[in-house]
Design a protein around this ligand. Structure first.
Ligand code: NAP
Length: 228
């Protein structure tokens, strides 16, 4: 029997990444990235073809160890991310570092380590970007700058590695713990009905990943629609 293709999803312990793991699981073996071992074990119990991949993405030695076992990789989804939101005036150097460390450097570093495995599989790299990676609005500078940077990473990779597919996905506000923290910081009430569902973003990722082999969805933009 042929083995299912292998997908690694970072940020799979919750939010958009967990939804992507669920969406890919029927057709892929899924490695579940994240630091929260309990949450990863719970998801792994729900998805028969999945295995926890507990790695702090900011720890280069842990990344070396975790990537060493992967010889062939069909899909790499970068969903792990942080959102340190502040005006330029109020932001600290640490805000900028935190955003760039996880949203940019970690994406680059895992991809670099897994490029041989991706080339072997003629694989697909999916970067969960953000509307903030297309428009930098007031108050969002440190986060938006990291998302603009990871867009440049994806565009360069797509041109350099022509046998791979590289997709940037730009969701608008999505109902996750990250969004709850952002809305709390803005001092507003949280109404999940105003935001995208993580499952909708995951369905878009699945569409890109399961597109016929000659088709390359390079960019996917999603925005919440007012339905009431
Ligand atoms: P979330 O609910 O806060 O989840 C973030 C995920 O990132 C968690 O699984 C977390 O894992 C992982 N993570 C963070 N730092 C990590 C680290 N150092 N090492 C390993 N894993 C780490 O966020 P989300 O809303 O699902 O966001 C997912 C992606 O979508 C992010 O790139 C975000 O920028 C983007 N996005 C979100 C929205 C939105 O409105 N929610 C909109 C547009 C784009 P642990 O908890 O296990 O550490």
């Amino acid at each position: 029997m042929t083995e299912l293709p292998l997908a690694l999803v970072t940020g799979a312990s919750r939010g958009i990444g967990a939804a992507i793991a669920h969406a890919l699981a029927p057709t892929h073996r899924v490695l579940l990235g994240g630091r929260d071992a309990e949450a990863l074990a719970k998801t792994a119990a729900e998805l028969p073809n999945s295995t926890p991949w507990p790695v702090d993405l900011t720890d280069p030695e842990a990344l070396d160890r975790a990537a060493a076992d992967i010889g062939e990789l069909d899909v790499l989804v970068h969903s792990a991310g942080v959102a340190r939101i502040a005006t330029v005036a109020d932001s600290t150097a640490q805000d900028w570092r935190d955003n760039f460390e996880v949203n940019v450097l970690a994406v680059v570093e895992i991809t670099r380590r897994l490029l041989p495995a991706l080339r072997t599989a003629k694989g697909h790299v999916v970067v969960i970007n953000s509307g903030a990676g297309q428009n930098a609005r007031p108050g969002w500078g440190p986060y938006a700058a990291s998302k603009f940077a990871v867009r440049a990473f994806a565009d360069s990779l797509r041109e350099e590695e022509q046998a791979l597919r590289v997709t940037s996905v730009y969701p608008g506000r999505t109902d996750t713990e990250m969004q709850q923290a952002i809305v709390a910081g803005e001092g507003n009430d949280y109404d999940p009905g105003r935001y995208l569902r993580p499952e909708s973003v995951a369905a878009a990722v699945r569409t890109a990943v399961t597109a016929s082999p000659e088709a390359h969805l390079t960019e996917v933009v999603l925005r919440p629609r007012v339905t009431r």
